[in-house]
Design a protein around this ligand. Structure first.
Ligand SMILES: [Zn+2]
Length: 270
């Protein structure tokens, strides 16, 4: 059973795609509500959107399984990502719209939750840890880009429409300030796309857990409003023309932030 797709690159850049998986664990589909079977809360088409990473020598770690199996961007202890606010859980039972993922009586118990942690959560994070450690031992630092997207309007989770580009650095704690500053500068230069840093989305568990700038691991989350590259529901269709405008912007943000990381660490070691 392949839980994670790994593409190993030689550079300091590691791109994580924890919510783009579309597979369901054996027997799960029949237990889901009809609406949930369409996997509406997927970070749709993220590998296709990020098809420009090869020249950056990136390592790519992508989930094969849906976030409905287990959410790879939540604290495995079960602690809430946004205490006091609506959010979804490690093994979610409610969709973003608040409606049930499971048919009556079909939600997983604690034994099943633990098994999903072992079978799906741990292999993903083992791969991600190896990738970061490889980058760090080769370059002296690692640059983690956690790649996400979400429907541009989700009334239960946020008010109104989401900006196109939502950068999260755990309010500045998950990377060196110069790296965030470069990412923000390039985001703001892309005037065709609205953007915000550490707005509603400040970075999930992956960003917070791995982002340890003092140890040479810089983590940034990019949450993209899906209107920026998709045609809009229903159908969750990829919009190639929109994506073609967005890709160079993502490339410029990542490249500038990567350059800033390289300069930061060159300065630190000389
Ligand atoms: Zn996501």
């Amino acid at each position: 059973m392949m839980v994670v797709t790994e593409h190993i690159g030689g550079g300091p850049l590691v791109v994580s795609m924890p919510h783009s998986g579309l597979k369901l664990s054996p027997g799960l589909e029949q237990r889901l509500s009809p609406e949930a079977r369409a996997l509406p809360d997927t970070d749709w088409h993220i590998p296709e959107l990020y098809d420009f990473l090869a020249p950056l020598n990136a390592t790519i770690i992508a989930a094969e399984y849906s976030r409905y199996v287990i959410d790879l961007n939540r604290d495995p202890s079960g602690q809430s990502l946004y205490p006091g606010q609506a959010t979804t859980a490690l093994v979610p039972v409610a969709r973003f719209d608040g409606e049930p993922i499971y048919r009556d009586g079909e939600a997983p118990d604690t034994v099943e939750t633990e098994a999903r942690k072992r079978d799906y959560f741990e292999p993903y994070h083992a791969a991600l840890e190896r990738a970061l450690e490889r980058a760090r031992s080769r370059h002296g630092y690692a640059f983690l880009w956690d790649a996400h997207s979400i429907a541009s309007e989700v009334p239960r989770l946020f008010e109104g429409g989401l900006p196109d580009l939502n950068l999260g650095t755990n309010s500045g704690a998950s990377c060196a300030p110069v790296i965030e500053a470069e990412a923000v500068r390039m985001m703001q230069a892309a005037t065709d796309f609205s953007s915000v840093s550490n707005g509603r989305f400040k970075g999930g568990w992956i960003t917070r857990h791995y982002g340890r700038p003092e140890l040479g691991v810089h983590a940034l989350q990019m949450e993209i409003g899906q209107n920026a590259y998709m045609g809009g529901a229903p159908g969750y269709a990829f919009d190639p023309a929109k994506a073609a405008r967005l890709r160079p912007v993502l490339n410029s943000i990542i490249s500038a932030a990567l350059d800033a990381a390289a300069e930061f660490h060159a300065g630190a070691s000389s």
